[in-house]
Design a protein around this ligand. Structure first.
Ligand code: FAD
Length: 462
């Protein structure tokens, strides 16, 4: 059994350590923006968090609403932020997911809560709302306020134009801040697969950003493109209603379509070879199907429509260039920074460490290399990627070294490295997911690590 959460201390660092107290605009009140706000305030900075939605939680604020264009290609569409589907359960165990000093534990006093180790999305939102309340962040957030432009006026002077979205009444406001911390998330702007022949193919297409529930796919033949967690979840979700589901992925090296064990209507294929005007989809494994819908589970693009930096900060084939350690653009550092850019990671603790680093650098407590040295570092990083034949779009995929990265950040901030149990639990979960793709969320072998995590959590719970 677990106990009640104790509010996280929100005290400042001793004043003598402070060199600069700055006025900082944080863009977004998702997990990244909330923890950034807390760390910036702890360091003594003045913080305003801009949030275009009407609550905290970002991507974890589920909505049944979807965009008017199912592929989200129409630049005039009304953007829906969240990409969650109704059935979504976390793909990481809760102990691993939470911030370092605010454990994501089940609160047994409230029987309505979802106590599962891999809970559904409402439980994650509940956690983030509790965090925001206990860390006293709510009062810093300007809700229903969208940042529409951010422009540098001089070193450490940023003009921020925001728009209040209020019951149809809109009004712009311009203000100047010393620094900007960008926390706008990167699961909203879909990437769509290029498919040979798609212009003449008569079926429907949708991106997983606009997928919520499987019922509309009743009796249909659906192709799901992608190999990510969403593709795996959504294909199984839909298989309960569709006539046939065919998953096409670069990562499936299958010579023949492979029926998924436990399903009589779900097949794995290699990628799509072509799509044709008669409605067929031909796979590279030689098989074909007459298909009603293609679902793109092909990920998202970084997108910063509000940044006006004359191309100095740019997104090129999903590389945000150029960022020192995925956070600081060297020639604007430390006055603008990005939290939460890396992917294939455990995002909450990573955002927490990045935020501590940014807050400490902004106050002058932590030193950065010179802009030239940072650029050199970035250049050699890009060279390494090139030599390893890593596509540019994988620049921020740090799966192979996420904990080394976290520990490097921790060392910059004078914090302890990531807990050993968390690292081992992440690895154990990855292995379990491969061994038990259908049931890894309900069956596991790492109870010893769960016990170690709870031992550690005692410091933060009473
Ligand atoms: P977001 O949560 O997207 O928040 C960004 C915020 O910025 C939003 O509130 C948005 O309204 C606001 N915003 C954007 N632009 C503006 C603007 N111009 N002005 C004002 N406000 C703005 N992570 C896990 O740890 N475990 C999981 O199991 C997991 N599963 C996932 C499943 C799916 C389908 C997806 C999409 C993601 C999943 N993630 C998971 C990753 C998840 O994205 C991160 O956990 C985390 O929530 C990212 O937080 P963020 O603050 O960076 O972005």
């Amino acid at each position: 059994t677990f106990r009640t959460l104790r509010p996280t201390p929100t005290g400042l660092f001793p004043v003598r350590q402070l060199m600069f107290r700055r006025r900082i605009a944080v863009i977004g009140a998702g997990a990244a923006g909330l923890v950034a706000a807390r760390e910036l305030r702890r360091e003594g900075h003045g913080v305003v968090v801009f949030e275009r939605g009407d609550s905290v939680g970002g991507t974890w604020v589920y909505t049944p609403a979807v965009e008017s264009d199912p592929l989200s290609l129409d630049s005039n569409r009304k953007v829906v932020h969240s990409s969650l589907y109704d059935s979504l359960r976390t793909n990481l165990p809760r102990e691993c997911m939470g911030f370092s000093d605010y454990p994501f534990v089940a609160i047994t006093e409230n029987s309505d809560n979802d106590h599962r180790r891999f809970p559904g999305h409402p439980e994650v939102l509940r956690y983030l709302e509790d965090f925001s309340r206990d860390a006293d962040v709510n009062g810093m957030v300007r809700f229903r306020t969208e940042v529409v432009s951010v422009e540098m006026e001089g070193e450490g002077r940023w003009a921020v134009r925001s728009r209040k979205i209020d019951d149809g009444l809109t009004g712009d406001e311009s203000e100047v801040y010393d620094g900007i911390v960008v926390c706008n998330g990167h699961h909203t702007e879909p990437r769509v697969a290029e498919i040979p022949g798609i212009e003449i193919w008569p079926g429907k297409q949708i991106h997983s950003h606009n997928y919520r529930i499987p019922q509309p796919f009743l009796g249909q033949v659906v192709v799901v493109i992608g190999g990510s967690a969403s593709a795996v979840d959504i294909s199984r979700d839909i298989a309960g209603f569709a006539k046939e589901v065919h998953v096409a992925s670069r990562s499936h090296c299958v010579e023949n379509p492979m029926k998924q064990p436990g399903y009589d209507n779900l097949w794995l294929h290699s990628m799509i070879e072509s799509t044709n005007s008669d409605g067929t989809v031909v796979f590279q494994d030689g098989s074909s199907a007459h298909v009603d819908v293609i679902m793109h589970c092909t990920g998202y693009k970084y997108h910063f429509p509000f940044l006006k930096t004359d191309g100095i900060i740019d997104v090129d084939d999903n590389r945000v260039s150029s960022l020192y350690k995925h956070v600081f653009p060297p020639f604007f550092a430390p006055y603008i920074s990005f939290i939460g850019i890396p992917w294939k990671v455990v995002p909450f603790p990573l955002c927490e460490l990045q935020s501590k680093w940014v807050a400490g650098v902004l106050s002058g407590r932590i030193a950065l290399p010179t802009p030239e040295e940072m650029m050199e570092d970035i250049k050699s990083f890009y060279l390494e990627l090139e030599q390893a034949a890593r596509p540019r779009r994988y620049t921020h995929n740090i799966a192979d070294y996420q904990f080394d990265y976290d520990d490097w950040l921790a060392s910059q901030c004078g914090c302890p490295p990531v807990e050993e149990w968390r690292k081992q639990m992440y690895e154990a979960t990855a292995k379990n997911r491969v061994a038990r793709p259908e049931s890894y969320r309900d069956q596991w072998d790492d109870d010893d690590l769960v016990a170690a995590a709870h031992q550690d959590f005692k410091k933060f719970l009473f």
